[in-house]
Design a protein around this ligand. Structure first.
Ligand SMILES: Nc1nc2c(c(=O)[nH]1)N=C(CO)CN2
Length: 167
């Protein structure tokens, strides 16, 4: 069966061959396109780091279509992260490439390894801002609100954090 997913991509470290973080994200999307359909892709935006780091991030979101169920797609994106040299490290550490499964057309998915909708979605402007461009009306199963509602709620709560994101 065909499923739709919203995924988020981020990175703030250079890659030896691909170079700067925005080039890493573009290369990762190209690599993903080999076995899933990329339905829509946001711009790659420059974002202030959330958390203790100081290095700015490149972030993007995409909608993809695939026959893979969430665990299968998770394996695929984790393999891609490793192929780009991602090492498991501190939770908030700098990273070459991070790919998160944010939403899927099946609604909720709960397992020890994976939660969809992504648990941090509503708190992360660096995820919601790029998603607004491609999935503003997608209802987020956890609270039945569309992405654009989560984004405006976060903008009211944390205007400075949100303003630090440039398209
Ligand atoms: N702006 C921004 N900040 C972050 C990001 C990210 O992708 N973008 N990822 C993190 C670790 O998941 C921690 N902080």
């Amino acid at each position: 069966m065909r499923h739709l997913y919203a995924i988020g991509l981020g990175g703030n470290r250079r890659h030896g061959r691909h170079g700067a973080p925005r080039a890493v994200l573009a290369a990762a999307l190209d690599a993903l396109a080999a076995d899933v359909d990329i339905v829509a892709c946001s711009a790659i935006i420059d974002t202030a780091p959330l958390g203790p780091g100081t290095r700015r991030f490149a972030n993007a979101a995409a909608i993809i279509a695939s026959d893979l169920e969430p665990p299968g797609l998770l394996l695929r994106v984790k393999r891609l992260e490793r192929a780009f040299g991602r090492r498991r490290g501190r939770r908030w550490g700098d990273r070459v490439l991070d790919i998160d499964l944010l939403l899927w057309s099946g609604g909720r998915w709960r397992s020890p390894a994976l939660s969809i909708p992504h648990a941090e979605l509503a708190r992360r402007a660096f995820v919601l801002v790029p998603m607004l461009a491609i999935a503003a009306h997608w209802p987020v199963a956890a609270d039945a609100r569309a992405v654009r509602h989560l984004h405006s709620r976060l903008t009211r709560a944390r205007p400075a954090h949100n303003a630090a994101h440039r398209v």
